[in-house]
Design a protein around this ligand. Sequence first.
Ligand code: SAH
Length: 357
Amino acid sequence: MKRPDQGRFFLMPDKRDIRALTREELRVFFSDNGMQSFRGNQVYEWLWNKGVHSFQEMTNLSKETREFLDTHFVINHIRVDQMQQSSDGTVKNAIRLHDGLIVESVFIPTSTRTTACVSSQVGCSLDCTFCATARLKKMRNLNPDEIYDQVVAIDQQSRAYKNHKLSNIVFMGMGEPLLNYKNVLKSIEMITSPEGLGMSPRRITLSTVGLPKMIMKLADDEVRFNLAVSLHSAIDEVRSTMMPINEKSNLEDLLKSLQYWYEKTNSRVTFEYVVWKGINDRQKDIDALVAYCRRVPSKVNLIEYNAIDEDGFEQADEEVIEKYRQDLERNKIVVNIRRSRGKDIDAACGQLANKTA
Ligand code: SAH
């Protein structure tokens, strides 16, 4: 007997996004509908490897099969709506999604590599006080294909501007990737699979505000990409004033999850850390960071602060940053000082907020 919702579905066919299906789900769809399951592999390749925009282009399927797919599914693609180029070569893309919402992704070329900085959510729910994306309400999670397509678009820019394919990906755009766990992992599966972009997971870094349960899940899932945590302070009272999430899961919980991560993956976490005047520029802030890093294999990226507006934050003096570097190095902790890219077009870390959209 038909359930009432099945009847409604019959009257008002609601087409599903075919790119939300895994290869296995596509195979099952074909066999459930009395066709050979290997057709699922063919469709998968058209969708991901060849990146077609319509079923008509799937020329190794019969006309009937193509029409059948067309009655059940849509193929959604993102659109690069606007590109802004910085004087340092960085390109910020405003990406329009199928429902009209916009996210931003950034192409960052250096002399040795090209990096795509991609978004995982529309807006963000975490309210870090220093981040522009926090000013936007979280609207929704991105689907795996919407994340994948950002990488494809930036790979094309890498080929066009630098004559070589994209070398690295960072999940440091809008949103918190670990709050969109399933879709982010699915997108990475596609990015790394031979049918997709075939990139090495070692060239992918996921940056998180630091959610202990989800970090442990990553470890249990034995992922092979790199993990970065936005630390910004190793003192609970200080971190909580900037990152409200720290009140729910404190630094000790975070540390335990990172120790577990290292045990399982053998990969050291990178701490991202901005030094602000009057907030974390005291010797005791430096000592706390050193002590924290000594408890888990890790390295530190000291990142430049990108002002977002009159928010009262100011980058600390060079001497303090230098002192951080010296003390970390003296304790055998690898430290890099990262300069901002794309500041003049609001494309740097924490500046993504659809100002132009
Ligand atoms: N939600 C994830 C990824 C997005 S933020 C996370 O928190 O890690 C990417 C990085 O930019 C994080 O390290 C974040 O702390 C940093 N960031 C945010 N606002 C910034 C700003 N105004 N200046 C410099 N870095 C900033």
